[in-house]
Design a protein around this ligand. Structure first.
Ligand code: COA
Length: 374
């Protein structure tokens, strides 16, 4: 049987807290004019205490499931792309699985920086097309503000926090994800990196003192790399699906810098109007930026069912990639879902109680086993 992987649900979540360029100019030597003219960014959303990559990702995921009219229990797999996970382990995907009560789902994180959402969507699409799974959540979620040195004016102006999620579902109707390209060049790994906190440079007094747990970036080199690969990946993914650029309705690029997007548009000889751009209000939210932009264009009616869309990204690694999809929208419901959406607040309470219940059962079991061992 031939299966196609359709994008049938979408959702986003951003912290309410906004930091404008003028706010930044109060803490570092910069100006609204400098930031806008070099990047196109005017403001960014920054997570407050208590918000994290898992909490933002879970919110986005629940919204996406609601659009797709899918219960969390129907999800087979959750793939979370993030460069700011909650921990080295457990995976942020597992924490989101628990928060949304996706009781049947497998879950793992994928690390490919700002390209991650495209790679995650492609991997999930391939699993659906093979017949291995039917329904999956792809989530891009970041709280990069926690990895930014707020005294480094060359990086702290760029990044913001947020999350976006897609539901992908199997259907025998042609459409959905049509092609993808995934590339990497690890020789450029040092151009954009968080050097410490991993196995090479474990946390120590010295690494913290040297600020090696913060993002370090060679902005000019990353800029040069990005302008080159964005156009190339877009052309490659379109060609791979036997289309030409004229067949493409929308390009949803990684929202890093207005000038990078403009350069790519020029190289592709495409009008900027065919690009979905919202980085002015969110900054660079890394792997969340593509779904954040896409959902905005779906919600305001620019993206319509049947449209062909190229999602294209680049980032640390170095990594880059693109994915071409024919837009679908929600599939007809197999059966009406009365809950959890009608009882949203109660559902949240249920998943919390469920999670605590499982912890208590584990505790009691541990005590019983401890008694037996004596
Ligand atoms: N405000 C004011 N001046 C700033 C500044 C800021 N926020 N940040 C840097 N500057 C200064 C620099 O210190 C430098 O001053 P100098 O000439 O006296 O040394 C000057 O501005 C030019 O710096 P430069 O780094 O050459 O600027 P740029 O035009 O390359 O712009 C970036 C810097 C970071 C905006 C740009 O390189 C960029 O966007 N790169 C891509 C980054 C990216 O997208 N990363 C994420 C990839 S997923």
């Amino acid at each position: 049987m031939n299966y196609f992987a359709h994008i049938t649900g979408w959702g986003t979540s951003v912290p309410a807290n906004v930091i404008t360029n003028a706010d930044l100019a109060k803490i570092i030597e910069t100006s609204d004019e400098w930031i806008r003219s070099r990047t196109g960014i005017a403001q960014r959303h920054i997570a407050e205490e208590g918000q994290s990559s898992a909490s933002l990702g879970a919110e986005a995921a629940l919204k996406a499931l609601k659009v797709a009219n899918i219960s969390p229990h129907d999800v087979d797999l959750i793939v979370v792309s993030t460069s700011s996970p909650e921990h080295l382990f457990p995976s942020t995907a597992s924490l989101i699985q628990d928060r949304i009560g996706a009781t049947r789902a497998g879950a793992f994180d994928l690390s490919a920086a700002c390209t991650g959402f495209i790679i995650a969507a492609n991997m999930v699409a391939q699993s659906i097309r093979s017949g291995a799974i039917r329904t999956a959540l792809v989530i891009g979620t970041e709280t990069l503000s926690r990895l930014v040195d707020w005294e480094d004016r060359s990086t702290c102006i760029l990044f913001g926090d947020g999350a976006g999620a897609f539901v992908l579902q199997a259907s025998q109707e042609p459409g959905g994800v049509l092609s993808a390209v995934m590339r990497s060049d690890g020789s450029g790994g040092d151009l954009l990196t968080v050097p410490a906190g991993g196995s090479k440079l474990p946390t120590s007094y010295q690494t913290v003192k040297d600020k090696q747990h913060f993002i370090q970036m060679n902005g000019r080199e990353v800029f040069r790399f990005a302008t080159r690969v964005m156009a190339q990946a877009t052309e490659d993914v379109v060609k791979k699906a036997n289309f030409t650029l004229d067949d493409i309705d929308w390009v949803v690029p990684h929202q890093a810098n207005q000038r990078i997007i403009e350069t790519a548009a020029k190289r592709l000889k495409l009008p900027l109007e065919r690009f979905v751009i919202n980085l002015e209000r969110y900054g660079n939210t890394s792997t969340a930026s593509i779904p954040l932009a896409a959902v905005e264009a779906i919600t305001d009616g620019r993206i319509q069912p049947g449209d062909r869309i190229v999602f294209v990204g680049f980032g640390a690694g170095l990594t880059w990639g693109a994915l071409l999809a024919q837009w679908t929208g929600p599939l007809p419901a197999e059966k009406p879902k009365m809950w959890p959406y009608r009882l949203h607040g109660l559902y949240r309470l249920y998943v919390k109680l469920r999670s605590w219940g499982l912890r208590i059962v584990r505790l009691v079991e541990g005590m019983v086993w401890g008694q037996r061992d004596k």
